[in-house]
Design a protein around this ligand. Structure first.
Ligand SMILES: O=C(O)c1ccccc1NCC(=O)[C@H](O)[C@H](O)COP(=O)(O)O
Length: 260
């Protein structure tokens, strides 16, 4: 499975969804909702390192991570443990996520939520708004600069934030010229899924203020968090380590201490 398969599958899901609710209807429904207040970005801009904790049952690289998956309780545990934001996968085939899981978590917690999916169509931005998302994921490897800028403009109209994901310098240039305000450096190479924690450090200086810098993937220990704090990460996105932990509160507390 490669990123292009994830994207093709996402495009297929969108085509099916459009048969149920057309683009114009969904667009109008999204715009009728109260405009968001960019709560995801505002939370990440609070001084100190922020923690975006991910609800993730499975992944293409690891298969099923959490056989037992009480997603509402997991999200509530993150909230009680002091998470700043929650990321929820909605991709159904490889991550075993769903829009319904997102909605149920949305109703159960009050933290800003990132709808984590493979955005290939503006339709998904309206979907995200309608399911109560505060932010969406936009992956540079899937969107050219012009499309990225257009999607960022739509997010602005809806009042939701966008986490713009990059993996190399060229993608940072594209993200910045498109107007990204939150840039996530993925330590996971989406071509072969290898994880290299030094990627965030290598690219840190290439991300100009005022863009926020989020380090994504492969963060599993307090020392990883301390290293990211040392290079000036504004936030970390952590999935697997928390999902596998028997005591998520204690693990998140140890991460938070490492970021002090
Ligand atoms: O996790 C994967 O295997 C994966 C494969 C292909 C595209 C994306 C993938 N992961 C999405 C993510 O960005 C991670 O879920 C997120 O950064 C958290 O990573 P981790 O802490 O390593 O679970």
């Amino acid at each position: 499975m490669i990123l292009s398969e994830l994207a093709a599958h996402a495009a297929g899901r969108v085509e099916q969804a459009k048969k149920r609710i057309g683009l114009d209807e969904l667009h109008d429904a999204a715009l009728r909702l109260p405009r968001g207040e960019f709560s995801f970005e505002r939370t990440l801009r609070v001084p100190g390192m922020s923690f975006i904790c991910e609800v993730k049952k499975a992944s293409p690289s690891k298969g099923v991570i959490s056989e037992i998956f009480p997603y509402r309780e997991i999200a509530k545990e993150y909230e009680e443990a002091g998470a700043d934001c929650v990321s929820c996968l909605t991709e159904p085939k490889w991550f075993l996520g769903s829009d319904e899981i997102f909605r149920e978590i949305r109703a159960a917690i009050s933290l800003p939520m990132l709808r984590k999916d493979f955005t290939v169509d503006e339709y998904q931005l309206y979907e995200a708004k309608c399911m109560g998302a505060d932010a969406v994921l936009l992956i540079c490897a899937l969107l050219d600069t012009v499309t990225m800028a257009r999607y960022l403009g739509i997010c602005g109209e809806l009042g939701i934030s966008a986490l713009v994901e990059v993996h190399d310098e060229g993608e940072i240039v594209s993200a910045v010229s498109a107007g990204a305000r939150i840039i996530g450096v993925n330590n996971r190479n989406l071509k072969n899924f290898s994880v290299d924690l030094s990627n965030a450090a290598r690219l840190r200086d290439k991300i100009p203020a005022p863009a926020l810098f989020v380090a994504e993937s492969g963060v599993s220990s307090p020392s990883n968090v301390a290293s990211l704090k040392a290079i000036g990460a504004d936030a970390v996105l952590i999935g697997e380590a928390l999902m596998r932990s028997e005591d998520k509160k204690a693990l998140l507390a140890s991460f938070r201490r490492a970021a002090e």
